[in-house]
Design a protein around this ligand. Structure first.
Ligand SMILES: NC(=O)c1ccc[n+]([C@@H]2O[C@H](COP(=O)([O-])OP(=O)(O)OC[C@H]3O[C@@H](n4cnc5c(N)ncnc54)[C@H](O)[C@@H]3O)[C@@H](O)[C@H]2O)c1
Length: 251
């Protein structure tokens, strides 16, 4: 029996850690060739090795905020694998300092927008021409529960994640007739290193508001992403999918 992603080429950003890493492992297990992209070259190599991709994989160190770096990275993937069918934009950062809006320095604000919004835009801008040329593709952008509701002292992050939703919808309708689907996955609190700098108090607060009494796991998010980029989801376009253990349901 064929695996779900046989013959597919995927590019995953944020592949060195957390959700991006789990997406690589999942797509690799199901037959894809995967380009793993991240700032952190050392941990990227570990992802590639753990995924057991061999010649089906490539690790590319890239800063998604640098346009030339993004274009060169995408060019390398196409030269190695000939095409890109799947793009998962998981590279992202939060402002760990928990400040109110008027306390945020401009450079800290810009940094979050540059990675989470501009970086995502540039990656899509560079990949989509190749999808148009090969006849289609599927893109998943990482939003957040913060795409829908604000949390205190997180204005730079939730602003960026709100923008991700509209960028997803805009791209979905721009390319719907070109067989390119664009969706957003919006996790609640997931147990990854993005939380590494959270205080004990913050962690207790996050757990306290989790209806299931636990945080989500990156592999649970990867399952949803794998479905959305698969052909089973061929009529799903421009949507945003919460994966939050019920947190936004109420309570
Ligand atoms: N973990 C959560 O609770 C949670 C919740 C909602 C949304 N998200 C979103 O999911 C995505 C993945 O988060 P995660 O939890 O896996 O985080 P993570 O910190 O474990 O991984 C993020 C990866 O992005 C990479 N990265 C950061 N800046 C980069 C840049 N300029 N260029 C290239 N790579 C860069 C990091 O090196 C890291 O490997 C992010 O967009 C995040 O905002 C996470």
């Amino acid at each position: 029996m064929n695996a779900r992603f046989d013959d597919k080429v995927a590019l995953v950003t944020g592949a060195a850690s957390g959700i991006g890493r789990e997406v690589v492992l999942r797509l690799a297990r199901e037959g894809a060739r995967v380009a793993c992209v991240d700032l952190n070259a050392e941990r990227l190599a570990a992802t590639l090795a753990d995924a057991g991709l061999g010649e089906r994989g490539i690790a590319l160190s890239c800063d998604v905020t640098d346009a030339d770096n993004v274009d060169a990275t995408v060019a390398k993937v196409v030269s190695q694998f000939g095409r890109i069918d799947i793009l998962v934009n998981s590279a992202g950062i939060a402002d760990p300092n928990g400040r109110r809006l008027h306390e945020i320095p401009l450079d800290a604000w810009d940094m979050v927008q540059n990675v989470n919004v501009r970086g995502m835009f540039m990656m899509k801008r560079s990949v989509i021409p190749h999808m148009l040329e090969s006849g289609g593709g599927a893109i998943v952008n990482l939003g957040s529960v913060g795409s829908f509701r604000a949390t205190v002292r997180a204005s730079s992050y939730v602003t960026s994640k709100g923008a991700v939703l509209m960028m997803t919808k805009a791209a979905a309708i721009d390319y719907a007739k070109d067989n390119i689907r664009v969706n957003a996955v919006c996790p609640g609190t997931i147990n990854t290193e993005i939380l590494a700098q959270a205080s004990l108090e913050t962690m207790q607060m996050l757990l306290g508001r989790a209806p299931q009494g636990r945080l989500g796991e990156a592999e649970e998010v990867a399952s949803l992403i794998a479905f959305l980029v698969s052909d089973e989801a061929r009529h799903i376009n421009g949507g945003s999918y919460l994966i939050d253990g019920g947190r936004c349901a109420g309570g």
